[in-house]
Design a protein around this ligand. Structure first.
Ligand code: NAD
Length: 455
């Protein structure tokens, strides 16, 4: 374990990184490209280890373990474009400011702190790291202690590939996170729950450090009447039960038009059987719950008589069957907080305006999903709800389009990343105005008498 003791105290790591940053080495675009390529090679070399670690931590099917390696795809995207993003952008001048030129010049922030969660423990740390590196920063990473095998792989990968004065990974739990948060870094990028997000923002406020908070929430999935039921069911079941529902952008609950509900419930049940067989506990394609605490929280939510499909649990293996709850009301316990597990409550609507006002009465979610062929309805829902992102007629996949900024709004987060948005998150956009000496009008200088008519 790369504990604080072997790397030095947070203050020491930070001091080393500040000294290295001050050399200007990270400002070179060639240096950045070389380091990103080293990161790519290190990830490629450890692919099997990374997938095995997420399997050890989350009982994940190997196929889903490979989702973590989506970072390679994003890395290629960034490597191709970051030089362009780093160029100054010219801005026009008003006539009153002629002659001269103005531009926006991105500059790196310095040392950034990246704190990750356990649910996609590799990519949610490495993806922001790539943005931080492309933008020319040093970085300290704190993987989640609740995914210990992945945390170890990340620490080994990072600390074998980079000098700690450039990039350092520090393993540990809450105390380690707090020790790091007590330092004055130049940006904090946090992915995790809303409760801890508030703690992070409070710590950041003490140092006046800017934050990006990638949080969670209850992402609604609306299903209208005009859909292909079979495809809708497949996409929803896949997006909900990948990683056993422990996905920040999983559809949290279904809001189904009453007229289509019986047919959709049948299709959901058939799809579950096709994906996971008669006994999902025996399926190799279903992850497990990360720890006993989460397991106990989720099984408490199962108490009650709303279970329409599934409901089996086994604490020894932390197995929870893909479960669908029917006839759920808005004030049920399951509708109060993000579920973050393989339980899908189904609510219905008759009138879309009521559905929209129920969604809008709750904190703004990270994602909103809408299944319908009706273009007017798509436009109406998008225009009248607010969510970090949205996806029409599918779920989850919006996260893997590198041209789309990924982030929350309101309680689901502050700021965004992925691709260019990551580069911008980890850059300061410095505004510059340049003037020549040869032209100098007297109108702005004192004495001002008789000059007001200029305005
Ligand atoms: P978490 O908030 O419990 O922990 C995240 C990190 O914060 C961990 O590294 C942990 O060590 C640290 N931490 C925990 N308590 C702390 C404290 N008191 N002070 C300082 N640091 C502390 O989150 P989690 O349980 O690992 O992840 C699940 C949550 O993350 C869900 O709400 C999910 O929606 C959200 N999430 C969001 C995204 C996104 O991209 N928006 C992605 C994945 C997960």
């Amino acid at each position: 374990m790369t504990a604080l003791s072997s790397l030095g105290a947070p203050a020491e790591i930070l001091q080393q990184q500040r000294a290295f940053f001050a050399t200007g080495a990270t400002k070179s675009l060639t240096f950045r490209a070389e380091q990103l390529k080293r990161l790519k090679a290190a990830v490629l070399q450890r692919q099997t280890e990374i997938v095995a670690a997420t399997k050890a931590d989350l009982g994940r099917p190997e196929y889903e373990g490979y989702f973590e390696l989506g970072v390679l795809n994003e890395l290629t995207y960034i490597l191709k474009r970051f030089r362009r993003w780093a160029q100054p952008r010219r801005v026009g001048l008003p006539l009153t400011q002629w002659p001269g030129s103005a531009w926006v010049q991105p500059e790196p922030l310095g040392t950034v702190l990246i704190i990750g969660p356990w649910n996609y423990p590799f990519q949610l740390l490495i993806s922001p790291l790539m943005g931080a590196m492309a933008a020319g920063n040093c970085a300290i990473l704190k993987p989640s202690e609740l995914a210990p095998a992945t945390s170890r792989v990340i620490a080994q990968l990072v600390n074998d590939t980079f000098e700690p004065h450039y990039i350092a990974a520090v393993e540990g739990g809450v105390e380690t996170a707090q020790a790091l948060l007590a330092q004055k870094v130049d940006h904090i990028f946090f992915t995790g729950g809303t409760r801890v997000g508030k703690i992070v923002m409070e710590a950041a406020a003490k140092q006046l450090t800017p934050v990006t908070l990638e949080l969670g929430g209850k992402s609604p999935c609306i299903v209208d009447q005009d859909v292909d039921i079979g495809v809708t069911a497949k996409r929803i079941i896949w997006g909900k039960y990948v990683n056993a529902g422990q996905t920040c952008i999983a559809p949290d609950y279904l809001l189904v038009h009453e007229a289509i509900k019986p047919a959709l419930m049948t299709a959901l049940q058939q799809t579950l059987r096709t994906f996971f067989g008669e006994d999902p506990a025996a399926s190799p394609d279903l992850a497990r719950i990360v720890n006993d605490r989460q397991f106990d929280r989720l099984t408490r939510l199962l108490a009650g008589d709303a279970i329409a499909i599934g409901g089996d649990t086994d604490r020894d293996t932390r197995y929870i069957a893909p479960t669908i709850l029917d006839n759920v009301s808005w004030d049920a316990a399951i509708m109060q907080d993000e579920i973050f597990g393989p339980i899908l409550p189904v609510l219905t609507f008759q009138d879309i305006e009521t559905a929209i006002s129920q969604i809008n009465a709750r904190p703004k979610p990270l994602a909103l999903y809408l299944f319908t062929r009706n273009q007017a309805l798509q436009d109406h829902v998008l225009a009248n709800t607010s969510s970090g992102g949205a996806c029409l007629n599918d779920v989850f996949l919006q996260v893997a389009i590198w041209g789309l900024p990924f982030g929350g709004v309101g309680d689901s987060g502050i700021g965004a990343y992925h691709g260019k948005a990551s580069f911008e998150t980890f850059s300061h956009q410095k505004s510059v105005l340049k003037k020549p000496f040869w032209f100098d009008l007297a109108w702005r200088y004192a004495p001002y008498a008789g000059k007001l008519n200029v305005f």
